[in-house]
Ligand binder design. Structure first.
Ligand code: ACM
Ligand code: ZN
Length: 767
């Protein structure tokens, strides 16, 4: 542990650079040393911050000085940001200034200390990145906009990151974002101290980076006809009354044959510009060219890359590249050689996820490659390819990152594994016990492209990267990452809607020490940041309307109550099935119901901005009688796994049975891995008469039927989602049937609560 020796003027503030997992020591110092600065709202939460009782009134013109010439770019970046934020003229140059930037090499990488007094501010960073992180804190202490004040509270802050890797990936293949839009992303990353920008540049739906040797990759592969995902976006735009789901006109063109095409790409100059812009903000850029799967755009533009001419979408994934062909290996090396010239950071990402290997089984070239190298399975062929590319990367001074799918065929020694398959919880252990470094981006919470709901932010916040690892394995955890996949993110406006406010939780999880993290406190600070986002033009997603069960039941009369954590939001509702508008009735308190009623509630911002609507049906019902069962009952539920590749629960039983199990609840049997269709049957035993709430959490679709009544319907292909329903039941046994499907793994959980949200212990039985 490195430590700065202490502020000259304050005995209280002492902690500085703290590496690794020295939480306990940090907590002790913090508790002993400082009072918390209450009125400020810094995200991510610093290691230590104390107010000093002074106030700095911003002068009409601000000056930024640097004591080290390596910080020239940091000064320019700060000046640009403050010009916008404060509306003032900001001058740079010289060593002195209202804001002074310097280096203190005794601090660790990314660490900084910041002092704001009556006359200005001083930031010292352990390195360039540390100074940039100090700038982020200073900006968050300053007024959000020119018209929100001119004073800054005096503070002393001493801070260092928990994780050196705090990453964000954006998929520019499925939908394309301009250089200007990417620069805004980098601005927001820096504002929240995120420091690794992972640029997913190629996939089946588009190749987005100019490669001089293969111009067709972008001239042809950068454009496509509108596809099923676009149609889905357009349909949702209408259904959900959400214009941010529409395709922007400026990313469309008319092809020679008159058809409409969507696309765009980055020239090599564009890439250089983005890399330089990122560097100014202390951010390293990691290019991802996904290989050998997710490569249809390349395969259809350049010959000799696939096993055969028959290239298309398979049942789940697309035709992959052919690692049996030398032409394919040459292509990969040629492309990466050009890419190395554009990206200075040592890490590069080869993808490696979701490869449809059945093509390789039928390919003479692949089989020959396997025979020549003594390989007995297709996953081993992917490992062989990874080894081959890793040797090439290493010869060029680069380190390889890959998605955790590459673990399946045996790991290459140096690969840094990006664990995304949260339905395979042993993934982190498999990688780290092998000695490989790990970056966590579990799909369950860290895929920000997925539908947001009230459980997601807390799931991010409470994620424990060490939960399954021993001390030695824990040493390999490099950090936390988040992803925005582009299939359903057609516009930059939608991108911001998906990212914020969740991005703040990712940032705090990646930066802050667990003993400084408190979800309630974070929620309060997060709310204070919303006007800041507004001032920066970020159209974040309004906090949810909460308190609702998708299908609630009552036997006599009931009331419906909703809430929103953001007091500036107003909630409007309808009961006729139409989408609420600001002109619809405003929710002002509990609404009494005595008949079955279908409500739709929707939050609106002070400016009329719309959030996501949520619906609830309050259904008048009678209490279901318990059933008598002849014969002996055994504990658990009967759980049948079908080899199912469909997209709804109805078709599951038409597929072949793969295995029959008994599970202790509504869960996926351990044995079921891919192509999962489940039919789970038996009895639920409830302890007393009452209304029970069932929260069914699944990715993809699921349904829950009790007493022949659909209690939760969460059918269809979707991301992880929790859907709730209620059922009124007499004490005793009730027949239960749950169905579930997912193609490549997934998640399934059922929680039972009483009417007031308190967890209830129930029993499951089968015959
Ligand atoms: C992935 O989401 N296929 C890495
Ligand atoms: Zn092949």
């Amino acid at each position: 542990m490195k430590r700065k020796e202490g502020y000259k003027k304050s005995a209280g503030a002492r902690i500085a650079a703290i590496a690794g997992r020295m939480w306990v020591a940090a907590a002790a110092l913090w508790l002993a040393g400082s009072a918390r600065a209450q009125q400020t709202a810094i995200i991510p939460q610093p290691v230590e911050m104390e107010t000093v009782g002074t106030t700095w009134t911003l002068p009409a013109t601000l000056t930024v000085g640097t004591t080290d010439k390596a910080l020239g770019h940091a000064a320019t970046y700060l000046a640009d940001a403050l010009t916008q934020q404060t509306g003032r003229k900001v001058r740079t140059g010289g060593k002195k200034g209202d804001i002074r930037l310097g280096l203190d090499r005794s601090l660790g990488s990314g660490a900084y200390w910041l002092s704001v007094g009556a006359k200005g501010a001083t930031i010292e960073g352990g390195d360039y990145a540390g100074v940039v992180n100090g700038i982020a804190t200073l900006r968050q202490l300053m007024p959000a906009a020119p018209d929100t004040g001119a004073t800054v509270a005096g503070v002393k802050v001493s801070d260092a990151p928990q994780f050196g890797w705090r990453g964000f990936m954006i998929d520019c293949s499925r939908h394309f974002y301009t250089v200007g839009e990417i620069e805004r992303v980098l601005d927001m990353m820096a504002y929240y101290k995120m420091n690794r920008f992972h640029w997913h540049l190629t996939d089946d739906q588009g190749w987005r980076i100019e490669i001089k040797r293969y111009p067709a990759l972008t001239l042809k592969g950068g454009w496509r006809r509108l596809n099923g995902q676009d149609s889905l976006c357009l349909k949702r735009a209408e259904q959900e009354d959400m214009p941010n789901l529409l395709l922007p006109e400026e990313k469309m063109r008319t092809a020679d044959d008159g058809s409409r095409e969507y696309g765009g790409y980055y020239t090599q100059d564009d890439v250089r510009r983005v890399v330089a812009y990122a560097a100014e903000r202390g951010i390293d850029v990691i290019p991802e060219l996904d290989m050998p799967g997710h490569s249809l755009a390349a395969i259809q533009c350049v010959g000799g890359l696939s096993c055969s001419e028959d290239t298309r979408w398979g049942r789940l994934f697309s035709t992959p590249m052919c690692p049996g062909k030398d032409t394919m290996l040459e292509f990969c090396k040629n492309v990466w050689t050009e890419v190395f010239g554009l990206f200075p950071y040592e890490y590069v990402h080869i993808g490696g996820d979701e490869v449809d290997m059945k093509n390789w089984r039928a390919c003479a070239d692949c089989q020959r490659r396997m025979k020549d190298n003594g390989l007995s399975s297709e996953p081993q062929l992917q490992t062989w390819f990874n080894h081959y590319m890793e040797d090439f990367f290493r010869a060029h001074g680069r380190k390889m990152i890959a998605w955790d799918d590459v673990v399946d065929g045996g790991l290459s020694p140096y690969t840094t594994v990006m664990w995304w398959r949260s339905w395979l919880p042993k993934g982190p252990k498999r990688a780290t016990s092998h000695g490989n470094d790990l970056i966590d981006v579990p799909v369950s919470y860290f895929y920000l492209s997925g539908r947001d709901d009230p459980s997601k932010m807390e799931g991010i916040y409470r994620f424990d990267p060490y939960a399954t690892l021993n001390a030695e394995e824990s040493q390999h955890v490099r950090g936390i990452h988040s992803c925005l996949w582009g299939e359903r993110i057609a516009s930059a406006e939608r991108m911001w809607y998906q990212l914020f406010p969740r991005f703040m939780a990712v940032a705090e999880r990646a930066w802050s020490r667990p003993e400084r993290m408190d979800y309630e406190d974070f929620s309060r600070r997060m709310l204070k940041h919303l006007p800041r986002l507004e001032a920066m033009g970020i159209q974040y997603r309004l906090p949810d309307v909460t308190g609702l069960i998708r299908t609630a039941v009552f036997t006599d009369s009931d009331t419906v109550s909703v809430a929103c954590i953001d007091p500036s939001v107003s909630i409007h509702y309808t009961t006729d099935g139409t989408m609420p508008q600001v002109s619809s009735p405003k929710y002002t308190g509990p609404i009494a119901v005595s008949q079955t009623t279908h409500f739709i509630f929707r939050p609106f911002g002070a400016d009329g901005r719309k959030g996501d609507a949520v619906s609830t049906s309050l259904v008048k019902t009678i209490m279901a009688e318990a059933v008598g069962v002849d014969g002996k009952l055994l504990p658990g539920l009967r759980n049948v796994w079908y080899d199912y590749g469909g997209d709804n629960c109805a078709g599951i039983e038409k597929a072949q049975i793969k295995g029959e199990y008994v599970t202790d609840g509504v869960v996926i049997p351990r044995e079921a891995r891919e192509n999962i269709g489940l039919v789970i049957t038996g009895y639920i035993e409830v302890p007393h008469d009452g209304i029970y709430s069932f929260a069914l959490y699944s990715d993809d679709g699921s349904q829950l039927i009790i007493d022949d009544k659909m209690v939760v319907d969460s059918d269809g292909m979707h991301d992880i989602m929790e859907v709730t329903g209620q059922h009124a039941m007499k004490a005793g046994l009730h027949p239960l049937r749950a169905t579930y499907f997912d193609h490549n793994g997934g998640d399934l959980r059922l929680t039972v609560k009483d009417k007031h949200g308190k967890k209830v212990e129930v029993k499951y039985w089968h015959k």
